[in-house]
Ligand binder design. Structure first.
Ligand code: MF3
Ligand code: CO
Ligand code: CO
Length: 275
């Protein structure tokens, strides 16, 4: 049995109950998410062959500091970086290091800033130099999955409608949906109830209500959906080493749909892809 509660009075830990946020929270989330989105905009001019993911990580840290925000991943469950950088067959949680990006790579950069207690969580794919058509197509399909999932969000509808929209499109495009990671409630906490699955059917999941805030962040593979986590305890890769892509937005459920808090102000939601 799922219960919903007022975010102002609820305890600050994930109790499995779903927080319903009010107008002040939406205002706080707009600001935190705008900062995350601005950082991802600026990274479009930084990502290039020869640049290391540690350089990207340092930029994310400093951009946060300069704007009064802390990266939520820093010291999160033992993670020590300010961002995740997931290259090619890395599905998610790639750890920045000193290896330079190479021409033809595709990299997901995932940033979460905490600003005044509010978490803004978003990620985008960045092509490095010139990428193969198959890689470009995977990024296009994955972004379309994200936006089709978001289009299904509405009070009274179950969260399964999001997953159904994503899975239907991904599989029609001969791609597969990763099952091992999902979207999540976000706001005062980084990872909160409910889980948002990127596959399934419209009659599954909890009913969406006005005031819910969560992420949609499908991971889509060119090959099979299966993943494994490397011995570093974080890096998730496709078992068949096929390419994987991901885009993520943080949204708030409104009276008749949703507000996307992490949209780019500069048309850079799909860096390097034709808009
Ligand atoms: N930002 C990721 C998400 O979208 C979570 C990263 S947790 C970390 O939920 F510890 F791996 F950084
Ligand atoms: Co997330
Ligand atoms: Co994220």
């Amino acid at each position: 049995m799922v219960t919903y509660l007022d975010a102002d009075t609820a305890p600050l830990r994930n109790t499995g109950q779903i927080r319903l946020y009010g107008a002040d929270a939406f205002e706080g989330m707009r600001k935190a998410c705008a900062l995350t989105s601005q950082c991802l905009d600026q990274l479009a001019a930084i990502v290039a062959p020869g640049v290391t993911t540690n350089t990207i990580d340092r930029f994310v840290f400093e951009f946060g500091m300069d704007n009064g925000a802390l990266p939520a991943t820093l010291n999160y469950r033992g993670y020590t970086k300010s961002t995740c950088t997931s290259i090619n067959h890395v599905v998610c949680h790639g750890i920045p290091d000193d290896k330079p990006l190479r021409d033809g790579d595709i990299v997901n950069i995932d940033v979460t800033y905490i600003l005044d207690g509010w978490h803004g969580d978003s990620s985008r794919m960045y092509p490095v130099g010139t990428v193969k058509r198959a890689a470009e197509r995977l990024m296009e399909v994955t972004h379309e999955c994200l936006m089709r999932g978001i289009a299904a969000i509405k009070p009274g509808v179950r969260t399964g409608a999001i997953g159904a929209a994503i899975q239907t499109y991904a599989e029609a495009e001969r791609c597969s949906v990763v099952r091992d990671f999902c979207g999540h409630g976000v706001g005062l906490l980084f990872h909160d109830a409910p889980n948002i699955l990127h596959y399934g059917t419209p009659n599954e999941g909890v009913e969406m209500r006005e005031g819910m805030i969560f992420t949609v962040e499908p991971m889509i593979n060119l090959g099979r959906p299966h993943v494994k986590v490397l011995s570093d305890g974080w890096t998730a890769v496709t078992r068949d080493r096929s390419l994987s892509a991901q885009y993520e937005h943080t949204i708030g459920v409104t009276k008749d749909g949703c507000e996307i808090f992490t949209l780019s102000r500069n048309g850079l939601d799909r860096p390097g892809l034709p808009s």
